[in-house]
Design a protein around this ligand. Structure first.
Ligand SMILES: C[S@@+](CC[C@H](N)C(=O)[O-])C[C@H]1O[C@@H](n2cnc3c(N)ncnc32)[C@H](O)[C@@H]1O
Length: 372
């Protein structure tokens, strides 16, 4: 079992033994730190780090033994949910290793660099998602592949005061940004975890949402089955995913311009993990049916996405260079080639410029379903 965990864990437990709840608090996320700041002891128990990780590793190997819940700590509803989190320190599916490395490496770095621009660009999609998901006060919501937390925060604002949002993501740097942005007191927590294998508290959540966070699983049937375990009967899922590349010039045009100067990316199959892996309605419908979802609905949206966010051509060029497949193609390329690619991208985007905006077509599905 490979696990991701906060760095420094091994320094907290040099003998590979978790001595008491304090060690657990360090282990499992600020959620518990916060809850326990009051002095409440949520859990009693013992556990062991089965394999000490090398001191330079950020991915310790972890296993638990027995945990018991402290019945007096908090009302049952809340501790039940926490127990779900606690019992499932974030293991990962080895098949997702490449994506996990990417989102903790160059992919995550680029999203951080352009987080404001990304959120502005994708804001219309958040509005559609929230509209279709219709989160209600008091609901428990899962935000899968929550990245820097924009949608988790928006969802939490809808479920206050008694609801709760759990954002799940494999990217430590993106989650760090999400935690920094979280308004104080908002009922939203973030877990560094792989949604394919994360031990969701069974049957708790009312709603699962995702803005482009579910297309990167190596085995999506398994991932959706696992996520379904966290949903109560009748719960809704709503997620956004891109349609075919040719319908998304906002991503394809910069890539084509980059290819004039740099080698092509390795060929990926239409179902390989990546931004377009859920382009086929037929495939996604099959995956959801297989995982046990019903009332599956696909809505196609054709949007005009402003790469410049109203800030002019240079801003659009920055966006084009910083996100999507063009940014991958330009990774590690010599400065001269990058500059030449940027020039081609600039010229191509200039043809779409209207004032300080550079709108390009983007096509997506918003998929809704119910936990049957
Ligand atoms: C395109 S980004 C979208 C981020 C965010 N939802 C947004 O719209 O700003 C995809 C996200 O999915 C996350 N991700 C990829 N594989 C994952 C997995 N197996 N479990 C959880 N998150 C995953 C990535 O780390 C990344 O943050």
């Amino acid at each position: 079992m490979t696990c991701l965990a906060p760095t420094g864990l091994h320094r907290m437990a040099p003998n590979n033994v978790l001595p008491d709840a304090v060690a657990i608090i360090v282990l499992v996320e600020p959620l518990l730190k916060f809850r326990l700041a009051s002095g409440d002891l949520l859990f009693k128990g013992t556990g062991a780090l089965q394999h000490a990780c090398p001191t330079d590793s950020t991915a310790p190997r972890i296993a638990h033994t027995s945990w018991t819940r402290n019945q007096d700590a908090l009302p049952g509803f809340c501790t039940d949910r926490l127990l779900g989190n606690l019992m499932s320190l974030p293991a990962t599916n080895d098949q997702n290793a490449e994506q996990i490395a990417y989102w903790n490496g160059p992919g995550g770095r680029r999203w951080l660099d352009l987080q404001h621009r990304q959120d502005a660009l994708l804001a219309p999609i958040s509005r559609i998602l929230l509209d279709r998901a219709a989160p209600r006060a008091g609901e428990i919501v899962l935000d899968i592949g929550c990245g820097c937390g924009a949608t988790s925060i928006a969802l939490a604002l809808r479920v206050v005061p008694y609801g709760h949002v759990l954002g799940i993501d494999v990217s430590a740097p993106m989650l760090e940004r999400a935690r920094q942005r979280r308004p104080q007191g908002l009922p939203v927590e973030f877990a560094l975890a792989d949604a394919t294998v994360y031990g969701f508290a069974p049957g708790q959540a009312d709603l699962l949402c995702s803005r482009f966070g579910v297309m990167f699983f190596a085995d999506p049937a398994r991932s959706f089955s696992n996520m379904r375990r966290g949903l109560r009967s009748g719960a809704r899922i709503v997620f956004a995913c891109w349609r075919e590349p040719r319908e998304n010039p906002w991503l394809l045009l910069p890539l084509q311009e980059a290819y004039r100067h740099v080698p092509r990316l390795p060929e990926v199959g239409p179902e390989d993990p990546g931004p377009f892996s859920f382009a086929s309605e037929r495939r996604v419908r099959g995956l959801l049916e297989q995982a046990g979802f019903g009332a599956i609905k696909f809505e196609a949206f054709d949007l005009s996405l402003d790469l410049a966010d109203g800030l002019g051509l240079e801003a659009a060029v920055d966006t084009a260079l910083g996100i999507g497949p063009a940014s991958r193609a330009l990774d590690d390329q010599p400065p001269a080639l990058r500059a030449a690619a940027a020039e081609s991208i600039r010229a191509a985007l200039a043809r779409h410029q209207i004032g300080d905006t550079v709108p390009l077509p983007g096509a997506l599905w918003v998929v809704s379903a119910t936990n049957a």
